[in-house]
Design a protein around this ligand. Sequence first.
Ligand code: MOS
Length: 749
Amino acid sequence: MKDYFFQDTIGKPMDRVDGRLKVTGAAKYSAEYELPNMAHAVLVGSTIAKGSIKSLDTKRAENAPGVLAVLHYQNAPKVPGYAQAAHPTEPKPVGQPLQLFIDNQINFNDHPIAVVVADTLERAMYAAKLVKAQYNEEKHATDFNKNTAKAFLPTAAKRNPKHPLGDYVRGKEDAYKTEPLKIESEYVIPTEFHNPMELQSIIAHWEAADKLTVYDKTQAVMGTQNAFAKDWKIPVENVKVIATFVGGAFGNGLHTWPHETAAIMAAKKVNRPVKLMLTREQMFTMVGYRPHAWQKVGMSATKDGKITAITHEAIGQTSSYEEFTESTLQQTRMMYTSPNVTTRYRILPLDVSTPIWMRGPGEATGAFALESALDEMAFVLGMDPLEFRLINHTDKDPEKNLPWSTKYLKEAMQMGAERIGWSKRQLKPGMVKNGEWLVGYGMGVGTFGANRGRAKVKATLHKDGTLVMQSATTDIGPGTGTAMVQIAAQNLGLPPEKIVFELGSSLYPPSPSQGGSATVATVGSAVHAACQALKQRLTSMVAGNADTSFKGATVENLTFKDGYVSMTASPSARLSFADILKQQNLPELEVTEESTPDASLRQKYSMYSYSVHFAEVQVHPLTGQIKVTNMVSCADAGTIINAKTAGNQMIGGAVGGIGMALTEGAVMDHRFGRYVTKDLAEYHVPVHADAPNISSLFVNKPDLINNPNGTKGIGEIAIIGVAPAIANAVFNATGKRIRELPITPDKLI
Ligand code: MOS
């Protein structure tokens, strides 16, 4: 199998093709474009969590220097595509993203109430402070713990009991309850925020009354294009979305948000391009978050470690105006062999803004509970938690009753256990010490669907022998362009330095959003197809040569290497790609190929990526300080296209998981329904000093059922399972089981 990946370019730790542009500041992010005559907009948010605007005083702002417009519900241009409720007294349809400035209602604290447009950013910021609102305040409900009784089954699951979020029972419902050896525990994660380095920003430019261009921070150029075309009732092709570089996103770029509409409205009103960049504080209220969740796991097992039943229940937070759901309980349904599994998922609407997917959405939350519970059960059994997981390993999907396309989780576990030194772990907590510090080891497993969608790539081979590819995907940081160059280099036999992959524009052939860990499987398959098509075309050209040295050439009996085609059996017959085009008098050779996953194959197999994370922590018994001293994250993610960028992605996920476990969590002052942790000083993401030596290891075996490159995704599994690995290590060090994240020192002393 080794030959398959490492023969040429795939797998190599190639530097990022855009690395130099990024580190020298030459890469342009959405807020960095300068358009002629551009104006600046600042969004003003409400200071109450629920109620309505009684009066809005915008006079002082309107009269401030440089102000071009102050837009609000009374004067904003109508968004023609907003689906209005039939009558103002009727409730709004469930599942409606926030519609900007349609009425005076306030749904959460910092609900947008106005946008101020001025000729400079400073003037817009100043005038925004002059906007004053009076409210009819209503009693808000923002406290999750006080409102759990109001949780309900999501509407979609109510309509369709087979909906993945509907209640699920395998075997006997709640079977653990009557078993002798069992655990039952509740787990809580707080609301967490994405906090990418780049703030959400947009430049909106109406090039004509029905022609809109946006430079927008988004993970989905086409999703954004479609959303705005629908909003403004203009043809899709009249909306151009540019997102060439994205400075991190983690899911908050998978949705369109009110600030984008605010900029588009403002640009329409003042008839100039308008730039709007959220502040860091607004990033906590305007663009979603990982929702607060309560979970309960009941589990039973036999004395020799066979799980007999699992019940996993979850309640996730949503907003009052939109039902956000995520697959929190998926891992519980398919990861272990238990004959009896029950899952129940509910959502709790509160007077807060709507959550959105955040790296490992749902699964990262669910895995914290499931993998902590596994550790608790193993402890009750007096069993090593790695051994406990191996005993309950399953070689087919017990939920769908299908074979896995590939699953090399056991290999990943073995690699990781060796690297972390799992044999040093003692079953009894508090037994291993380093001076005063208590040392503990923990593990957690993660999984995420090995998704693949449909994508199109245009590939143009130029007469100088270079290849330019285009597709409307984005790169939020993982190094998509680099991976695509490597796939093309390998498949076409062209050195990577002769290949360019262009992305981040709606003008390119369609690709889905960068989300759900699916980009390499999706777009990489289209790159593969485009290379096959180019090879086919080049083959026909040489086979038809007057000079007969390529007589009888087929793609199979030719070798494509270093930009040359040769007959494999007689390599002296050799022509460069450039010469082939020259012979044909072609300035370029262009193909556009679409790749679609085989739906029938995807019904025969269950496809997932897997990760296992091992953590070593040290806890000070007097102060409760926790240091993660070592981490090993191992993945079964199919073929690894680039050892360096894939490793970086795993390390990034592990750091995110450290934040989840130890430092991150929104704190709200429920008197006002307002977060008090709204910047990077109060909301603690791990810094370099919090991130230990993290190793990332890959099984690196292809999944050729999933796609021709054999890849499965990495993005989500990099974080799923990290938080429980750390929580379990803290237990192993201290004997204290902390079931509410983050595990701050006060919870240990
Ligand atoms: Mo991700 S949560 O699919 O950006």
